[in-house]
Design a protein around this ligand. Structure first.
Ligand code: PAF
Length: 304
């Protein structure tokens, strides 16, 4: 089916309602609805999100919106790639029904919103420490997208409403989950595993700004994550300082943080990390600057 691209909230609402009604009419039962929020410039990582949504839901909507509220640096916002035609083609090839690509004026008609969703203490560390306000911007737009995509009573309620986020942005995923829990959004948040290039680099729209040499240097991040992952799997002490040393020894890479944290609270593991064999589950997170490109990566850890 060709994808429908809409640019206004009114058209999004009426198209979602139409898709839900049509599906219910064909099947005789209420469908499930999947939402894939994106900022466009879609790559194979986003493809994986869309595929997961299409596999699990009857109707799937993707949003494409470069959200100014989550950018601190205006230059970063300006140079963020906008590739709507290619994005729509990728979404269509996967089977997404509807793309919502609003303008900034459509999303924030009165200018920047005065009232925002605040992410609280979870936003003050890791990515949030160097990007003040970033996660408030993310939560504000994500909560708007949840409201906008959820069909009104006239269309009939979907059996499930699921929203898909990449595990690569581990802090974003944890904070969105927390918002849904704390504010009772009727949404099931699904975390989709990171997609990596063959050389191990986590896919990101920022990778295109890396030179060949910088890209080679950036591979140290996934190597460091694999180091602790192998130890976790083998039920050995993680000793994350070894991963820190590995990254610091790589010329051209400036480490911001490497930590092993609790996946829900994002607090560093106080125990279960050094000297004692690793048990249970955790999350390794890393951020570094390679040239002027800031890269993040993460890996869920599980003792087997
Ligand atoms: O992960 C992203 O691309 C963005 O932060 C999101 C969730 C689409 C909100 O703008």
């Amino acid at each position: 089916m060709p994808i429908t691209v809409v640019h206004t909230k009114a058209d999004l609402r009426s198209e979602v309602a139409r898709l839900i009604r049509e599906h219910a009419g064909r099947r005789g039962s209420a469908p499930s609805l999947g939402l894939v929020p994106t900022m466009g410039a879609l790559h194979s990582g986003h493809r994986r999100l869309a595929e997961a949504a299409v596999a699990a839901n009857d109707v799937v909507v993707a949003s494409i919106f470069v959200n100014p509220l989550q950018f601190g640096d205006p230059k970063d916002l300006e140079r963020y790639p906008r590739t709507l035609e290619a994005d729509a083609a990728l979404l269509e090839s996967v089977g997404v029904d509807l793309a919502f690509a609003p303008s900034v004026e459509e999303m924030y008609p009165g200018g920047d919103p005065l009232v925002r969703v605040t992410a609280g203490p979870l936003a003050g560390k890791w990515e949030g420490a160097s990007r003040p306000g970033h996660f408030d911007g993310v939560l504000t737009v994500v909560s708007k997208l949840f409201h906008l995509a959820m069909p009104g009573p006239a269309a009939g309620q979907p059996t499930a409403f699921r929203a898909y986020f990449g595990q690569k942005d581990a802090q974003q995923l944890a904070i969105v989950r927390r918002m849904v829990k704390d504010l009772d959004f009727p949404v099931e948040v699904v975390g989709v595993p990171i997609v990596r290039a063959e050389d191990g680099l986590a896919l990101s729209s920022r990778n295109q700004f890396l030179s060949a040499e910088q890209r080679e240097a950036a591979l140290v991040l996934s190597r460091a994550l694999r180091l602790v992952d192998e130890r976790a799997t083998a039920h050995e002490p993680l000793e994350p300082d070894d991963a820190v040393d590995l990254i610091k020894s790589q010329p051209g890479v400036e480490l911001d943080y490497f930590e092993v944290v609790d996946p829900d609270t994002l607090e560093p593991l106080a125990f279960n990390c050094r000297e004692t064999p690793f048990t249970g589950e955790a999350l390794a997170i890393v951020a570094a600057r390679v040239g002027d490109v800031r890269l993040i990566d993460s890996m869920p850890l599980k003792a087997r």
